[in-house]
Design a protein around this ligand. Structure first.
Ligand code: GAL
Length: 342
């Protein structure tokens, strides 16, 4: 008997080294790959996943994909070799999710995608594939409604800075190909038009979700032609780019004593720095992108799948739409309600 126990222990130790299914540490760990760590909003989601794991049944092994799909593919391969029972992936390139789904399906490892939505046809490749995110259209609508109301109130009293009757706008977009960049841009403008606002696009350019790029892109735009005189509003697909835009506007004399040099700047996310800018009056508003609930839902869903269960009303506090999507709502944030946000 004693010998048998000894033998079992030796086999266990060996299989742990090999990372095979006898590895209990692996069995209780969810592998999480983030597209890159240096991203304000995704840092919020990542921190929440970490926090959920502290009280949860599963540990997390979170890795930085360094904004390179090849790096992420390698990290996912490693997770699968370690036989983690479920993964949560924030893809670098959402069109590469299909390949990741194939890998997970081959290993029979359920996967939850977060924040960067795989293409619909890829989501349908397997029934153990889920997505947790927010409906990008909704954030665009929130921005559009906010600015339509502002325009209605201010256009006759200096808001229409060049008096042409049109809302002259600049749009800073996120990464090309990201569903949030495409849909936020489209729906912000669509909503304004539906509200009866006549718009004129001065410029639209990507700044890759990035604050410094937002600043330099807007600097260039403000220096071109009569843009600095014409601009009535700056839309940014996220707060970081909005904050960069505010710096460029400040350098061009906006937000000072000269009241003719004011334009509302709107973002998306409600990051800490974004909320501060709303409080100090430089950022007009934002759409709260709920990192807490996205992180929590992703962790809880992955944990349910890791146990081999299917999410439903009895084991999951979020609603699952079409059997695979968890949608977390955006919320309008302005000076009026910014203090009530967490
Ligand atoms: C968006 C967010 C951006 C950026 C991006 C990364 O939802 O608004 O700030 O984090 O995701 O994929």
């Amino acid at each position: 008997m004693k010998r048998m126990i000894g033998l079992t222990a030796a086999v266990c130790a060996l299989s742990m080294l090999a990372g095979c299914s006898g590895d209990t540490a692996s069995e209780s760990t969810i592998g999480v790959a983030i597209y890159k760590y240096d991203d304000s909003f995704m840092t919020g989601v990542r921190n929440q996943i970490q926090k959920s794991a502290v009280d949860g049944e599963y540990k997390v092994d979170i890795v930085d994909s360094e904004n390179k799909q090849t790096v992420q593919n390698d990290k996912v391969d490693l997770f699968l070799t370690k036989k983690y029972p479920a993964l949560a992936i924030n893809p670098v390139d959402r069109t590469a999710a299909g390949t990741l789904i194939d890998k997970c399906k081959n290993a029979n490892t359920p996967v939850v995608f977060v924040n960067r939505e795989p293409l619909a046809e890829d989501m349908k490749k397997w029934d153990k594939v889920y997505y947790v995110g927010a409906k990008a259209e909704q954030s665009g609508e929130i921005q559009g409604k906010m600015i339509a109301a502002w325009w209605e109130k201010n256009k006759a009293s200096g808001g229409d800075r060049n008096g042409n009757g049109l809302l002259d706008y600049v749009m800073l977009t996120g990464e090309i190909g990201h569903q949030d960049a495409t849909l936020r841009t489209e729906y912000a403008i669509k909503t304004l038009t539906q509200e009866g606002v006549r718009v004129s696009k001065l410029a639209e350019q990507t700044a890759n979700w990035n604050r410094n790029e937002g600043q330099s892109v807007l600097e260039t735009i403000l220096n071109a032609g009569t843009n600095a005189k014409d601009v009535d509003v700056v839309f940014a697909n996220n707060d970081d780019m909005a904050l960069g835009a505010i710096e460029a506007l400040k350098a061009a004399g906006f937000f000072g004593d000269d009241k003719s040099k004011y334009v509302p700047v709107v973002g998306v996310d409600a990051t800490g720095a974004g909320k501060e800018a709303i409080k100090n009056g430089t950022m007009y508003g934002t759409a709260y992108n709920d990192a807490i609930n996205q992180g929590k839902a992703a962790y809880e869903l992955a944990a349910i799948l890791a146990k081999g269960e299917t999410p439903g009303a009895d084991n999951f506090e979020y609603q699952v739409t079409d059997g695979r999507y968890v949608w977390i709502d955006y919320k309008e944030v302005t000076r009026e309600n910014v203090d009530s946000l967490q």
